[in-house]
Design a protein around this ligand. Structure first.
Ligand code: HPA
Length: 253
C-alpha cells in the first residue's frame, strides 16, 4: 500500500452510510470544509485516527442524515476525498438481502454492481466532448481493497460474505416485490440506493474503492410482510459494531 513520505499509510477514506454518520472510537483530529468544482460534499471531511491509523471520514447522507440517496452530491464527495490525498475509499452501505445467503445481519463485500439509478450526476467527464473518456468498469471494485476488507474481517473474527452483485436502485422508496424478482433474475444478491454513481466516480478518479455492505432487511417480498423501519434500525444497530471493527482493522493495513 502507498505510504506517505514520513513512513505512514495514506489515510483510508470511509464513506459512512445509514447508521454510520459518526465513527465511534475515531479520535478526531480536525475537520475540513472542501469546496469542489462540483459543489459541496455531504459534510466537512473528518480527519482522525482509528487505533492510531489515519482515516478520513465522510457521512454520505450529511452529518445530520438529511440527504436522501438521490440528493447526495456523489461527485463532490469523491472529488473531495481524492483532493485530500485519499487513495483507498470504502463505501459503507445498508442493503436489503435478495438471495438466501444475504439474511439480515450478514455483512458482504460485493464484487459486481448493476446500476438502476437515473437522473443522478454520474460522471466527471462532461463539457469536454472532444475528450470523452470511457473508463473500463469490468471489475467495478478494487480487488486489493476487497481483499483487505475480507482479511481484516477474518482477523477480527467477523464472518463476512465474499462477493455478490449489488443492485443500485433510485429510491428513496423501497422496491416492489416484482422489482425484486426482476433484480434476482438479473443476478443481483443485495439491493441498496447509493452504490452508484459512487463506484463509477471512484473509478473515474482512479481511487481504489470497495463496498462494505450490511444486510438490514429482506428485500421486498423476500421476508414476511412489509419492511419496517424498526427492523432496519434494529439490524443497523446490531451490525454496525461489527462493521466498525472491520474498518478499524483495514485502516491499519
Ligand atoms: N432496498 C433498497 N435499499 C435498501 C434496502 C432495500 O430493501 N434496505 C436498505 N437499503
Amino acid at each position: 500500500m502507498a505510504k506517505q513520505a514520513q513512513g505512514e499509510h495514506t489515510p483510508v477514506g470511509i464513506i459512512g452510510g445509514s447508521g454510520l454518520t459518526r465513527l465511534h472510537a475515531l479520535k478526531v483530529e480536525r475537520q475540513e470544509v472542501i469546496s469542489t468544482p462540483y459543489g459541496e460534499p455531504s459534510a466537512p471531511l473528518t480527519f482522525g485516527r482509528f487505533d492510531g491509523n489515519p482515516v478520513v471520514f465522510l457521512p454520505r447522507h450529511g452529518a445530520g442524515h438529511t440527504l436522501p440517496p438521490h440528493g447526495v452530491n456523489y461527485r463532490a464527495n469523491l472529488w473531495a476525498l481524492r483532493h485530500v490525498g485519499v487513495e483507498r475509499a470504502i463505501g459503507m452501505a445498508a442493503v436489503g438481502g435478495i438471495t438466501s445467503v444475504m439474511a439480515p445481519g450478514v455483512l458482504c463485500v460485493p464484487d459486481q454492481i448493476i446500476d438502476y439509478t437515473w437522473g443522478r450526476e454520474h460522471t466527471l467527464y462532461e463539457g469536454d466532448l472532444e475528450n470523452v473518456t470511457h473508463i473500463d468498469f469490468t471489475e467495478p471494485y478494487c480487488a486489493e481493497l476487497r481483499e483487505a476488507l475480507l482479511e481484516s474481517a477474518s482477523q477480527v473474527g467477523v464472518p463476512i460474505y465474499n462477493g455478490g452483485t449489488y443492485a443500485a436502485t433510485q429510491g428513496p422508496r423501497l422496491e416492489t416485490a416484482a422489482e425484486i424478482k426482476r433484480l434476482e433474475r438479473d443476478g443481483c444478491d443485495v439491493v441498496g440506493m447509493t452504490g452508484m454513481p459512487e463506484a463509477a466516480l471512484a473509478a473515474e478518479l482512479g481511487l481504489c474503492y470497495a463496498c462494505l455492505a450490511l444486510n438490514v432487511n429482506w428485500a421486498a417480498g423476500k421476508g414476511d410482510g412489509p419492511i419496517t423501519m424498526a427492523e432496519i434500525e434494529h439490524n443497523l444497530e446490531q451490525g454496525m459494531g461489527k462493521a466498525r471493527k472491520i474498518l478499524a482493522a483495514v485502516a491499519a493495513v
